[in-house]
Design a protein around this ligand. Structure first.
Ligand SMILES: *Cc1c(COP(=O)(O)O)cnc(C)c1O
Length: 639
């Protein structure tokens, strides 16, 4: 059933891909010829006989051969022996659609440059919206909207940009003293309206403006425009509104470093990123509540709270449900903010929770066939996605598509009016323009300018061939979760096998499809020495371009566990399990890595980790290999 989906670890589906590529390349050439068949060939038919042509061709071939040869040193993402970072084989439908589209070279900045693929990109946004439980009916005024980005980093940046525009807009309306609108009483209230009331007010303003005579309309539009944060800049905006502090972004300590980049880029400054502690490897909702309470008391505005669905390092899932509950509660207390879910990694796992009709699956339905997945907390987090304000999903991660394809999706598309560059377009009644034609000027709304239409075609075709529900696309994440469960169980057997040689543990039960393994040689109680040992193991598992690829048996990656992130109790539990002395864990110190525990990290996304055809489990092979390497490094003979 998965057989036709990928090129395959052995290139098994080479004939299929080759047929498709050749067929659609020819198709493209005929399209060129059929544009104006009366135009004769501009390149003479005998050109290929000319010595210059031949010299050029031989140079070209030489360079391509060199490129192709050096690319053989690439990381073999396709192989089930690769369980390192977040990459795997590419879905054939996406690969074929991208190759097919490349020679047409559509530019999804606007419909003028991409009459076909721009609609596909908007459709992709709706496909992902449906997967997340956002409204995807474009006839609804509050329909969701999503678009592609170069990756999760830019999608997260777009989330910040949109949330800030929406938060600051009511303040601008007040400053412009627009009559006839029910405006908030003061700046603090205006800055804390929250996303829903903010969108409501934006709609009222657009209606009011549309009702003004033409010359007043322009005057009012400019009056508001010149009061906006986007016009004034951070410095002048907050100088004019002295009651308002620069807002904070709250995120779990495990958040990806793109959040730090985003705050710098937006000019809010990294100082405004507050990292919240975790509890049991998930964002601590109680700590979030305390921080929000403190912000409310100190009149410290909050721009957004970020929850991570599938952390980059551990694959863990934050309590999205608790975060949206807190948003709603603090809204009634006068502290408004948006909730964004960074699901760059875990987004496509949502397909496991969706029926083909778009409805949510119950925990017992999802659970069938899995040993532990999903924990009730994980099910609750996915079930709450529809209540969040925006989400980042990376098709180039668990969507098995080529780089760079990230996506940003917001629950209510009306807020995007505040992102548009052209003011005249921003402020006419958006309900008068239909949804699709509005977003055919995609460049108006997105951080990027020119962007790949071929990437949009690849994502669209993939989602059409494999709809985003459990019965279709969901079969892929299902494999990855099953692989993680098999890995977890086999790692526990390895712990028994290595008894008396090394302590091996899975430090926390995986929430999804990343599994970490902690190791300490028996008899060692010193954290720094345990770390040095795991780093040596990892050195054998990392990509190394100076060696022939075939020398590598397996690829893995590493990460660290820090007490600031885990909390002392959890950290001590893990150190004790490893028979490490917690006293050898030192405070943050530049000269040593004894302020954290180094562990191996495994991304189990390759669909062929368990090869049913040949009865091979690469998971078993890997963990047997790991056992042998641990024995060898410790000078302990293999049984
Ligand atoms: C990968 C990742 C990102 C960044 O995405 P890019 O596509 O690499 O830009 C952001 N957040 C999380 C949780 C991620 O896993």
């Amino acid at each position: 059933m998965l057989d036709a989906l990928f090129l395959g670890p052995y290139g098994e589906n080479d004939t299929l891909l080759e047929k498709l590529v050749v067929e659609f390349l020819r198709d493209h050439v005929y399209w060129r010829r059929n544009f104006h068949p009366e135009d004769p060939p501009a390149i003479p038919t005998h050109a290929a006989q000319h010595p210059d042509y031949k010299a050029f061709e031989s140079r070209l071939r030489r360079e391509l051969h060199q490129l192709s040869a050096s690319l053989k040193r690439s990381v073999p993402f396709h192989s089930p022996r690769y369980i390192g970072h977040m990459a795997s084989d590419l879905l054939l439908p996406g690969l074929a659609a991208q190759i097919l589209t490349l020679p047409y070279n559509p530019n999804n900045v606007s419909e003028d440059a991409a009459p076909v693929t721009i609609d596909l990109e908007v459709q992709v946004g709706l496909q992902l919206a449906r997967m997340l439980g956002y409204p995807d009916d474009t006839d609804r005024p509050d329909c969701a909207f999503g678009h592609l980005t170069s990756g999760g980093t830019v999608a997260n940046y777009q989330a910040l940009r949109l949330a800030l525009a929406l938060k600051a807009f009511p303040v601008a309306l007040r400053a412009a003293q627009v009559p006839g609108l029910a405006l908030p009483a003061d700046d603090w209230e205006a800055f804390n309206l929250g996303p829903d009331a903010g969108i409501e007010l934006l709609g009222q303003w657009q209606l009011w403006l549309a009702g003004q005579p033409a010359r007043d309309r322009r005057r009012w539009r400019d009056a508001v425009q010149t009061q906006r944060l986007e016009h004034l800049g951070m410095v002048e905006f907050f100088a004019r509104h002295r009651d308002l502090k620069v807002p904070l972004v709250l995120a779990p300590i495990t958040a990806h470093y793109s959040w730090s980049k985003g705050l710098k880029l937006l000019g809010l400054g990294r100082e405004q990123l507050r990292l919240l502690p975790e509890k049991g490897m998930r964002l601590d909702a109680q700590a979030l509540e305390q921080t929000l309470e403190q912000c409310r008391r100190e009149r410290q505005p909050v721009l957004m709270t970020v929850a991570v669905l599938g952390t980059t390092e551990y694959g863990t899932v934050d309590p999205v449900d608790a975060v949206v509950d807190l948003r709603d509660r603090f809204q009634t207390l006068g502290l408004g903010f948006s909730v964004h879910v960074d699901a760059a990694w875990g987004g496509y796992l949502a397909t496991l929770f969706r029926n083909p009709d778009g409805s949510l699956r119950g925990i017992d339905e999802v659970r069938a066939g899995f040993a532990h997945f999903p924990q009730p907390e994980v099910h609750a987090a996915f079930a709450a996605l529809g209540r969040t304000d925006s989400v980042t999903v990376d098709p180039h991660k668990l969507g098995y598509l080529p780089y760079g394809a990230g996506a940003f999706i917001c629950r209510d598309h009306r807020a995007t009016a505040l992102l548009a560059e052209a003011a005249d377009y921003v402020f006419h009644d958006t309900r008068a323009t239909d949804y699709l034609s509005r977003y055919r000027r995609l460049g108006q709304f997105v951080p990027e300018g020119s962007k790949s239409g071929a990437a949009a075609a690849a994502v669209y075709v993939t989602h059409k061939v494999l709809p985003l529900d459990h019965a279709n696309f969901g079969r892929l994440p299902r494999q990855t979760v099953l692989a993680a469960e098999a890995f977890h169980a086999r790692a526990e057997r390895l712990a028994v096998e290595l008894d008396g040689i090394a302590r091996v543990t899975v430090p926390f039960a995986p929430d999804s499809n990343l599994v970490c393994v902690a190791i300490n040689p028996t008899g060692n109680a010193d954290l720094a020495r345990a770390n040095a040992f795991v780093r040596r193991l990892h050195d054998e598992l990392r990509a190394d371009a100076s060696q022939p690829l075939q020398l590598k048996q397996f690829f893995g990656s590493m990460t660290t566990l820090r007490p600031e992130a885990l909390g002392e109790t959890e950290m001590n539990r893990i150190l004790t399990q490893l028979q490490l002395d917690p006293a050898t864990l030192v405070d943050d110190d530049e000269d040593t890595d004894a302020d954290r525990l180094v562990i191996l990290r495994h991304t189990l996304m390759n669909p062929y980790l368990i090869d049913h055809e040949n009865g091979i489990s690469y998971i078993d092979l890997y963990l047997a290999h790991l056992g042998r390497r641990i024995r060898a490094l410790l000078g302990s003979p293999s049984p």
